[in-house]
Design a protein around this ligand. Structure first.
Ligand code: FAD
Length: 406
């Protein structure tokens, strides 16, 4: 008779982009993984279910490729060749060109449903990875030597380690009693996909308008992702207009440089907030992605930080197994937390600081930041420092972020 308990090394709760990637890279390295995902697989990554265009950093792409999921995403990914940052209508701007750093793009813009779908396809194709979806946890017990999980449908899993990858409202994190520091912004981000007659030439635009940041992000073809920040009520009102009124308001903000514009698919608005779990680990538990941290999308770094978690956690797990150690042992998890904590806090502080600085319309501050942008533009070393951070090249990089095998 078959063993009614699914025995794996790692159980991942949440099969979103971060949990799915973690499971795929682990399975490829010979680690047995089970993923428990609440949504039915067909709903994950359904076109039109989400209009977020995700800026995937240069190093995140290496992790995605290491999981075997980049090939399916590539046709829908737009390469970022340049980034232009401006403050309202000021002519002073900060300009990043990929040629200043190498002969590769600064990053790629990929629709979120494409990321989810490609990651999921790769996960289901990986021998050694078991996707249980739709499924929910009924009981999760972290014991001295193992984790026992019972699902609502009666299926049971036993693992050495459980990973919370169940997003910002993580029930796994809550059940472990890990406290969360939060800050709600008074802003929502409107996201949609815009079509345009003229090519974007791979240029991403970040404009700091009085209501908040406004980004035009180059997708594949003559299409761009929009991230448009406004106070909550105004964002809802803008989104709820009919298509013609919405397009007219969008066209006013974009300006005429891309020719006549159109809309593709639905638009959404997301209330923005920052959150940070006070610990990324607990006995036999590790937190990754939005379950561990969430930030303002001003620098397009939320998922990239989750992918950095994946690279670090996968490496400590695989190294532990090679040494014959228990992958859920405290010293293994502490190595993960030490590796990720500082980088996470730095990026949360940076994105929060940027939002505070640019959401302020006090004239001396406005002048100072315009001069600041112009000054950074003249300082190649400072510019390179920011660019390396945005591309994910700063700090001690795990093997997957360097494009090496686990
Ligand atoms: C407007 C906006 C723009 C953004 N732009 C960027 C960008 O340009 N670049 C970037 O890097 N990041 C960006 N982000 C952040 C990025 O979207 C998130 O960081 C990322 O989606 C988090 O992925 P995740 O897998 O951790 O969580 P999620 O995507 O939330 O996935 C969690 C998964 O867990 C499942 N789940 C939830 N609860 C349970 C449960 N109890 N049991 C089982 N499964 C469960 C869910 O169904 C889901 O599949 C942006 C965010 C916003 C709001």
């Amino acid at each position: 008779m078959a063993d009614p308990v699914l025995r794996v090394d790692v159980a991942v709760i949440g099969g979103g982009p971060v949990g799915g990637l973690l499971a795929s890279v682990l399975a490829r390295a010979g680690v047995a993984v089970a993923v428990v995902e609440a949504a039915p697989p067909a709903a994950l990554g359904r076109a039109g279910s989400d209009a977020r265009a995700i800026a995937v950093s240069y190093t995140s792409r290496k992790v995605i490729a290491g999981a075997g999921a980049w090939e399916a995403m590539a046709p829908e990914a737009g390469a970022i060749q340049e980034i232009r940052v401006t403050d309202s209508a000021s002519p002073l701007f900060l300009h990043y060109d990929h040629q200043e750093i190498g002969d590769h793009p600064l990053g790629w813009i990929v629709p979120n449903p494409t990321i989810r779908r490609s990651v999921l396809e790769q996960l289901t194709a990986s021998p050694g990875a078991h996707l249980l979806a739709p499924a929910r946890v009924e009981r999760l017990e972290r014991l001295a030597g193992r984790v026992e999980i019972e699902l609502k449908d009666g299926r049971r899993i036993e693992a050495a380690l459980v990973v919370a990858a169940d997003g910002r409202a993580s029930a796994t994190r809550e059940s472990a009693g890990i406290a969360v520091t939060r800050r709600a912004y008074d802003e929502s981000a409107i996201v949609c996909t815009m079509t345009h007659e003229l090519p974007h030439r791979g240029i991403a635009h970040e404009r700091f308008l009085p209501a908040g940041p406004f980004a035009i992000l180059p997708l594949a073809g003559n299409r761009s992702g929009i991230v448009w920040t406004e106070p909550h009520e105004r964002a809802a009102a803008i989104c709820n207009q009919d298509d013609d009124a919405f397009r007219a308001e969008l066209a006013e903000r974009v300006g005429g440089f891309l020719g006549p514009i159109g809309l593709e698919g639905a638009r959404f608005h997301h209330p923005l907030s920052l959150h940070l779990a006070q610990s990324m680990i607990a006995p036999r538990l590790a937190l990754v992605g939005d379950a561990a941290h969430g930030m303002h999308p001003i620098a397009g770094q939320g998922m990239n930080m989750g992918i950095r978690d994946v690279a670090a956690l996968a490496e400590v797990i695989v190294d532990a197994r090679r040494l014959g150690l228990d992958p859920g042992a405290p010293q293994v998890l502490e190595r993960y937390q030490r590796w990720r904590r500082f980088d996470t806090m730095l990026m949360l502080g940076l994105t929060d600081g940027l939002d505070r600085l640019f959401s302020n319309d006090i004239p001396p501050l406005r002048l100072a930041r315009r001069l600041g942008l112009a000054a950074i533009n003249q300082l190649p070393d400072v510019k390179r420092f920011f660019m390396r951070h945005a591309m994910g090249l700063a700090g001690e990089l795990p093997r997957l972020l360097r494009g090496e095998k686990l």
